[in-house]
Design a protein around this ligand. Structure first.
Ligand SMILES: NCc1[nH]cc(CCC(=O)O)c1CC(=O)O
Length: 322
């Protein structure tokens, strides 16, 4: 029998070891600590597969959950109680026994351009033909190739600090990175341009944190609800439902943009081919309470407009290893 005098159990938070993951995890820890001063929240760090495989282009690994699997195993084994993820790295279908318990308030979800200093005061529109643009995301690649076919695109891996080091060393003319990551790492001063939706729709869940825990852990779930941001949650549920119905992982060229005005949710989405030749997009609007239905509806509209063919071609290419 639990005595009323027994202290509450310490809650163990799992995190990747990258600087960004740690900043995000410590932020969640601090928010929870403020809401629940009598509970101890401990951070347990670990490397994930995605942190270890640094020499292969992410798109070619094609494995969903690269950054989340180890943390999920530890949760299932009850070694940790919940895990903090960049929501965009969290697959849309979670393993049995785990749930997306809370989504925190989103930072600016857009993509940013970080320029080499020799291009200071330029914009992506004014970079010279042949400029080398670094990105490891097929979504950014496909959309930018569609708009700017005269650039050269080159993969870039490693954490944010490593990537910026490669830019400064002259390996690239510009990088495309998430605004949110740069802000969280106190590198907003490196943002030269924020890409508007007509140049780049952001990734599903970008800029938000997703907190995953065991589905049957009602105690932890109720703690996590205290730091949930309901508008971000509605927007991200619509985005994730769109991605789930299209059956795309984080590594396919699928972009979104969402807005909420009073209770009305607008979801814009696109699917593009990696060569930048084909791009289909559309927008749906409805009540935020129907977030997931709206996402599924937009996915069906885009399939009718040709998204199925674009995605099938990408999966065939990935399987062929090209
Ligand atoms: N896939 C890597 C990743 N995962 C989350 C972020 C940034 C933070 C966020 O989008 O929430 C980044 C870096 C980037 O895309 O530039």
């Amino acid at each position: 029998m639990t005595s009323v005098f027994s202290p509450p159990r310490p809650i163990r938070i799992g995190s990747r070891k990258s600087q960004l993951a740690l900043v995000q995890t410590y932020w969640v820890q601090e928010q929870l600590q403020k809401s629940f001063p009598n509970i101890t929240f401990e951070v347990h760090t670990m490397s994930t597969q995605g942190d270890k495989i640094l020499d292969v282009a992410l798109a070619k690994i094609g494995d969903k959950g690269l950054f989340t699997k180890e943390l999920e195993l530890r949760m299932i084994n009850k070694e940790i109680d919940f895990a903090v993820h960049s929501l965009k790295d969290l697959p849309t279908n979670l393993p049995e026994g785990l749930t997306l318990a809370a989504i925190t308030e989103r930072e600016n979800p857009a993509d940013a351009v970080v320029l080499h200093k020799k291009h200071k005061d330029q914009q992506i529109e004014t970079l010279p033909a042949g400029a080398v643009i670094g990105t490891s995301s097929l979504r950014r690649l496909a959309q930018l190739r569609y708009k700017f076919p005269h650039f050269t695109f080159k993969d870039v891996r490693g954490n944010l600090i490593t990537r910026i080091g490669k830019l400064d060393a002259g390996e690239y003319d510009a990088l495309i990175l998430a605004v949110a990551g740069l802000e969280r790492l106190d590198m907003s001063h490196r943002i030269d341009q924020i890409l508007p939706p007509d140049i780049s729709l952001h990734a599903v869940g970008q800029g938000a944190l997703g907190i995953e825990c065991r589905s049957d852990d009602t105690e932890v779930i109720s703690l996590l609800k205290a730091i949930e941001h309901s508008q971000t949650r509605d927007r991200c549920l619509a985005e994730r439902s769109f991605l789930r119905v299209l059956e795309g992982g984080c590594q396919v060229p699928i972009g979104v943009d969402t807005q909420i005005n009073s209770k009305e949710l607008t979801l814009k989405g696109l699917v593009a081919s990696v060569d930048g030749q084909k791009l289909v997009k559309d927008t749906v609007t409805g009540t935020a309470a129907d977030a997931e239905k709206l996402g599924a509806q937009l996915a069906r509209i885009l399939r009718q407009k040709g998204a199925t063919e674009i995605l099938e071609q990408i999966f065939t290419e990935i399987q062929r290893g090209s």
